[in-house]
Write a protein that binds this ligand. Structure first.
Ligand code: AMP
Length: 120
């Protein structure tokens, strides 16, 4: 598992060093609109804890953090109107997964039919 980089862009957002277009926040979770949206609704949900990836989160987060994360996903999907018609959630992981930002984040994409599950 790579070492967490405290200077990654989502760490800077969590520290308040750079702004984000926030859609949800609680003690454990922050969610904001993706700066380069790939669908009418494109939200990134991140834990406030320092986890590099979804597998790091699963292995090392505690039960309260994990529960809070998925409860937040449910709330956000309902609040943003994508729950009923459905949405795609993606956690790009590592080099082969095409992960650009090394702080675990779940993409929520909705507002239209999302295309093929894997492009290319
Ligand atoms: P990934 O390839 O899964 O690591 O995705 C990283 C995502 O972060 C991309 O969809 C970017 O558009 C998004 N992103 C990068 N910087 C920012 C930022 N400052 N605010 C919001 N989204 C960002």
């Amino acid at each position: 598992m790579p070492v967490y980089d405290d200077n990654n862009i989502f760490a800077k957002i969590l520290k308040g060093d750079i702004p984000c277009d926030k859609v949800y926040e609680d003690d454990f979770v922050l969610a904001f609109n993706d700066i380069s949206p790939q669908a009418p609704v494109h939200i990134l949900v991140i834990p406030k804890g320092k986890y590099v990836s979804i597998d790091d989160f699963g292995a090392n987060a505690d039960a309260q953090e994990i529960k809070a994360f998925f409860v937040a996903v449910d709330k956000i999907a309902k609040e943003k109107g994508i729950a009923e018609e459905g949405f795609r959630s993606i956690a790009n992981t590592g080099t082969n997964g095409g992960q650009e930002v090394p702080h675990f984040h779940l993409h929520l994409l909705g507002g239209k039919k999302i295309g093929a599950m894997v492009a290319g």
